[in-house]
Design a protein around this ligand. Structure first.
Ligand SMILES: C[S@@+](CC[C@H](N)C(=O)[O-])C[C@H]1O[C@@H](n2cnc3c(N)ncnc32)[C@H](O)[C@@H]1O
Length: 264
């Protein structure tokens, strides 16, 4: 069998060519102190929630900054998985203790119950088969294991959202506009000149219901204000400092059986 299909690299990763071509954008701009949201917000939240983790799977690990954080925090076994070869190669070169392999989130090449902690940081907005991927998280976690789930805020950062200075109204008003929230939307965003990255917007209920169906119970939800370092370099965001960009969920796999399903 084609080894790439076997690891789920093809069906789960149709935007893969763009990630292969543009991995450098991520590797240069978002790690090693380059990005204030990671430095001031994401890494501290993840470090706190990783406390006491022994065996950690970092899903969509990119160049490995979360995996390295897990090792630095004392985890004994840390594995980073990402379908993008250009990410895994740089992660391996940056070292720091984790082991890496290529795999898509919807077909994780690990035994059932083989980790006590899984992390997916800003990954699911690039994954097509979300229910399968969350099902895989639950499968590879041991009962009582944790899943740290971080997303661009699915409600407040819906495509088309942004700060509006509306002078048509009398008197003028300023407000945060939200784009068409209930539509699942696949977009190609030009994140900088000639760098296209595929994103998928879906309503928050799609994620929460997939977690519930997989037996992953929400313990904590954090919607932090954008941190000072980000606001200092994003003038257009200055007046929207009460609008979170990040949603972080700490979930735990139910010890026995799945909770009853809701129906909708
Ligand atoms: C925004 S980066 C985040 C990287 C890392 N989690 C971090 O926080 O630094 C998104 C990553 O998701 C990966 N990715 C894309 N599709 C994926 C899939 N189907 N399964 C797992 N990872 C995927 C990309 O290759 C990329 O490395």
């Amino acid at each position: 069998m084609d080894p790439e299909a076997c690891l789920g690299l093809r069906p789960t990763h149709r935007g893969g060519d763009l990630w292969e071509a543009n991995a450098g954008w991520w590797q240069d701009g978002f790690t090693d102190g380059a990005d204030p949201e990671y430095e001031e917000q994401i890494l501290p939240i993840v470090a706190a929630w990783l406390d006491g983790a022994r065996a950690v799977l970092d899903i969509g690990c990119g160049e490995g900054q979360i995996a390295r954080l897990a090792v630095a925090g004392g985890a004994e076994r840390v594995v980073g998985a990402d379908p993008t070869r250009a990410q895994v190669e740089v992660a391996e070169a940056r070292g720091g203790g984790p082991r890496y392999l290529r795999a898509g989130a919807a077909a994780l090449p690990f035994a059932d119950a083989s980790f006590d902690t899984a992390v997916a940081c800003l990954v699911f907005e690039h994954i097509e088969d979300v229910e399968e991927a969350i099902g895989e998280v639950a499968r590879v976690l041991e009962p009582g294991g944790r899943f740290l789930f971080l997303l661009n805020h699915p409600l407040l950062q819906t495509p088309g959202s942004g700060w509006i200075d509306d002078h048509v109204l009398d008197p003028p008003e300023q407000y945060w506009r939200i784009g068409p929230y209930l539509l699942e939307e696949h977009t190609l965003e030009e994140v900088e000149k000639d760098v296209l990255i595929p994103f998928i917007h879906r309503p928050l209920s799609r994620y929460v219901n997939a977690l519930a169906d997989a037996g992953l119970v929400i313990q904590r939800m954090v919607e932090p204000a954008p941190p000072p370092g980000f606001l200092a370099q994003a003038a257009e965001y200055g007046q929207a400092a009460t609008i979170p960009r990040l949603l972080a969920l700490l979930t735990v796999l139910a010890e026995a059986g799945l909770p009853a399903r809701g129906g909708q």
